[in-house]
Write a protein that binds this ligand. Structure first.
Ligand SMILES: [Zn+2]
Length: 113
């Protein structure tokens, strides 16, 4: 499952953080997930416990914040909301909209002990 590798990346990032500031464990991880990305929040939640087992993030809570899709249209110069990847521009119907937000997964915060 694709979501497993995403969670593994998150754990790697958390481990890296620990090399900078020592902490014993992580109690909560907050992710920001793009609505147009390829990961399903439910699938992330589903595999989180299994993937974090035996790691520093074992038993940690998981919060997922969804970032809505957004794009920029070079035809009319507007920044527009994107409900779907490759949607036409809602202002001018142009088909060149470049996605500017809503495609990534980022760790925005974590609580450590
Ligand atoms: Zn446009």
């Amino acid at each position: 499952m694709h979501e497993v590798s995403l969670i593994e990346n998150v754990i790697a990032l958390v481990e890296h953080e620990r090399t900078k500031s020592a902490f014993a464990r992580v109690s909560m991880i907050r992710l920001r997930l793009g609505a147009l990305g390829h990961a399903e929040p439910d699938a992330l939640r589903f595999c989180f416990a299994a993937v974090t087992a035996g790691t520093i993030a074992e038993g940690s809570g998981l919060e997922i914040e969804i970032v809505p899709g957004e794009g920029w249209c070079p035809d009319c110069g507007n920044t527009v909301a994107l409900a779907q990847r490759f949607d036409a521009c809602p202002v001018c119907q142009g088909n060149q909209v470049k996605m500017t937000a809503g495609d990534d997964l980022r760790v925005v915060e974590m609580e450590v002990a």
